[in-house]
Design a protein around this ligand. Structure first.
Ligand code: TXA
Ligand code: MG
Length: 349
């Protein structure tokens, strides 16, 4: 169903024209918002790197329309590529394949492979269809955030990152909320580069075997892992120092910080506890000493809301963000991956 904010045909057409003119357009996908440019136009793609502050050797994902002929962009259409696109596209799965010469080097950071993804969001699909009539029809789009920062899951998040001058198609809040699963099909064996909503198990069912982890791939005959900015330990990070704590330790940790006169922001499964009143916050007008968000209990809902919650907690500008660690079970793999990186990269304020 379309919300009142969803862009109409005119807005989509104008955005497609902007892409064809070599300009940047932020677009909604089901995972996170993307900062898009014509993937066939090297100068336009350079604007993405400049705007994000992203190092030039970090490759971009190329978004394709439903039913697009992949042989224009991928050197070979392997049985695995066919099976996976049939099972999961459009959807939150990026597939790394050997690229054709039609993908400019700047898109892939000089690598001979390209990440292809067919997003499920209807606005992204409408934009890809409109752009295919005017230009290359492929959109290079990293997450629409400054390099290393938390990915945006609403149009407002994108405006908060880049200001009001950037064209942003507002497709409402993203349904998945964390970036696509990335599977590398360019090596001897499929390698999972980034966990996401399409789980390792779901991939294994289609592949007939489990994809390798990056650790398994390194040193094996599949060769060294390519550069993946999402695989940097410090990524997806808030400015406020973020720490993961167990549910058992959470209340004690909060009390300790408050007793030290520190303000604290919390993302937990539990409801906000009743704590003894403390003198913190005195002199900080309107600054609550304890900001508390109770998270959804299910992994998919947790992922959907995660980045919005991290932004809210970061904006509270407390001394620390404490996150109650989710379970370590399979459904939480992607969430735990992002929380681990958020903790490592946090605290650069
Ligand atoms: O869900 C998503 O994938 C979102 C939306 C906008 O589609 N995009 C996204 O893009 O997360 P970005 O640039 O923030 O993350 C893309 C990741 C990076 O870690 C990049 O290194 C990796 O994909 N990547 C892209 N092309 C690659 C390639 N040829 N080989 C290995 N990794 C690649
Ligand atoms: Mg990103």
């Amino acid at each position: 169903m379309r919300s009142g904010t969803t862009p109409g045909k005119d807005a989509i057409q104008r955005a497609a024209q902007a892409l064809a003119a070599g300009e940047l357009v932020a677009l909604p996908t089901e995972t996170v918002y993307g900062l898009g440019a014509d993937a066939g136009n090297a100068d336009a793609v350079r604007k993405i790197f400049a705007t994000k502050g992203r190092p030039a050797d970090h490759p971009l994902i190329v978004h394709v329309a439903k039913g697009a002929d992949l042989s224009a962009w991928a050197q070979t259409i392997s049985p695995e590529l066919k099976a996976l696109t049939k099972a999961f596209w459009p959807g939150p799965l990026t597939l790394i394949v050997k690229k054709t010469a039609r993908i400019p080097e700047v898109v892939t950071g000089g690598q001979d492979t390209v990440g292809l993804r067919c997003p499920a969001h209807p606005v992204a699909q409408e934009l890809l269809a409109a752009f295919a009539k005017l230009g290359s029809g492929i959109i290079a789009a990293p997450s629409a955030n400054r390099f290393g920062h938390v990915s945006p899951t609403t149009a407002q998040h994108v405006r908060d990152e880049f200001g009001a001058d950037l064209t942003v198609l507002d497709g409402g809040p993203c349904a998945v909320g964390i970036e696509s699963t990335i599977l590398d099909l360019s090596r001897a064996e499929p390698v999972l580069l980034r966990p996401g909503a399409i789980s390792r198990q779901a991939l294994a069912e289609v592949l007939g075997r489990a994809p390798l982890t990056q650790d398994e791939a390194v040193g094996s005959s599949t060769g060294a892992a390519p550069r993946v900015s999402g695989s940097l330990a410090a990524h997806y990070a808030p400015m406020t120092p973020l720490r993961l704590v167990t549910g058992l330790d959470l209340e004690t940790e909060v009390e300790k910080l408050l007793a030290d006169g520190k303000r604290v922001a919390v993302l937990a499964f539990a409801a906000k506890p009743r704590l003894r009143p403390s003198p913190v916050g005195v002199g900080i007008r309107n600054a609550r000493p304890l900001v508390w968000i109770t998270a959804e209990a299910g992994a998919a809902e947790y992922a959907r809301d995660l980045y919005a919650h991290l932004r809210t907690l970061d904006a509270a500008a407390t001394a620390t963000i404490l996150v109650e660690a989710p379970p370590l079970s399979a459904p939480w793999e992607a969430v735990n991956d992002r929380l681990g990186r958020a903790a490592t990269g946090s605290g650069r304020r």
